[in-house]
Ligand binder design. Structure first.
Ligand code: ATR
Length: 280
């Protein structure tokens, strides 16, 4: 009898840079599963046809990366968080139904829980830079944890305004040039823009006005220690990095597809770190 392999994939365009295969195949091996996780390079114009035939292609589900996250939402039955965030990064087949969720929300929160235990105790003021899909997932997560005030600052102010209208009372929009003036009262400072990523300009904001108790988080993981995180560490602030978020966001997809909940181990982190260093 032929062996039945459960398979999932990451769909993107381009997709070569994705670290998801490294992460999921590590867990498959560690748990001894008869499963596979592959990369699928799919052009935007071919995405709808690809996901319509996901089962025929032998997949039980998929991760979705740039530029397909909005299309994935539109083509599936999203849960409340994917709907609220306006983007889906994880698809799975529930019988005939293609369902979706957004695991960046819990990826961000779980990474903070592990990196800075107790970070949300008494935390009332957060600043989030950016207003794209990642920022929306983070804002959704912070509201879920009951953070009272979340100031969203974005280069294009109108997009910050859209977030305020979308999420309501806890969110306040801010102009990019107002950021420095917000720092003194900030408990959690999050970069959810591409600034600081290799090949992009650094985030040009001085941290000196952040209180010593503040927590700084970055979604960027190439480089592992962004200039923002380096400065925060130098000042003795507690930090959570983008790689941790990437690893933690992968957990739920794996358990939805393969029926086992994997662990984010130090060994997995080292494996991905080594790959990032090798390819940078
Ligand atoms: P994602 O879905 O991954 O969050 P995105 O929607 O392209 O990606 O969002 C990227 C974020 O980085 C946006 O908030 C963007 O600001 P704009 O809305 O003004 O484009 C922000 N960003 C990118 N380059 C920037 C720069 N040079 N200065 C400030 N913000 C920048």
């Amino acid at each position: 009898m032929p062996k039945i392999v459960r398979a999932a994939c990451v769909i993107g365009w381009p997709v070569e840079h994705s670290r998801s295969p490294l992460i999921h195949n590590y867990w498959i091996k560690q748990l001894g599963l008869n499963a596979e996780y592959r990369r699928e390079a799919v052009r935007p114009e071919d995405f709808a046809a690809f996901v319509a035939r996901l089962a025929e292609r032998g997949y039980v589900g998929a991760n979705v990366t740039i530029p397909h996250k909005e299309a994935a939402l539109a083509l599936s039955k999203p849960d409340a968080r994917a709907q609220a965030v306006g983007a889906a990064n994880t698809l799975w087949l529930d019988g005939e139904t293609l369902r979706s969720t957004n695991t960046d929300v819990e990826g961000f929160l779980a990474n903070l829980d592990v990196s800075v235990p107790g970070w949300d105790r008494g935390l009332s003021n957060a600043v989030v830079l950016g207003a794209g899909g990642a920022a929306r997932a983070i804002v959704y997560g912070l509201i879920d944890r009951g953070i009272g005030t979340i100031r969203v600052a974005n280069r294009t102010f109108e997009r910050a305004e859209e977030l305020r209208k979308m999420f309501g009372a806890p969110v306040k929009s801010a102009h990019w040039d107002e950021i420095a003036g917000l720092l003194a009262g900030t408990d959690l400072f999050v970069n959810a823009t591409s600034l600081g990523m290799a090949g992009h300009p650094p985030l040009d904001i001085r941290m000196e006005d952040l209180p010593p108790s503040a927590v700084v988080a970055d979604i960027v993981y190439v480089p592992l220690t962004t200039p923002l995180l380096a400065e925060a560490k130098e000042r003795g602030l507690r930090t959570a990095d983008g790689l941790g978020m990437l690893l933690h966001q992968a957990v739920r997809g794996f358990s939805l597809w393969f029926g086992k909940t994997p662990e984010v181990t130090a060994e997995l982190r080292k494996l991905v770190e080594a790959d990032l260093v090798r390819k940078s």
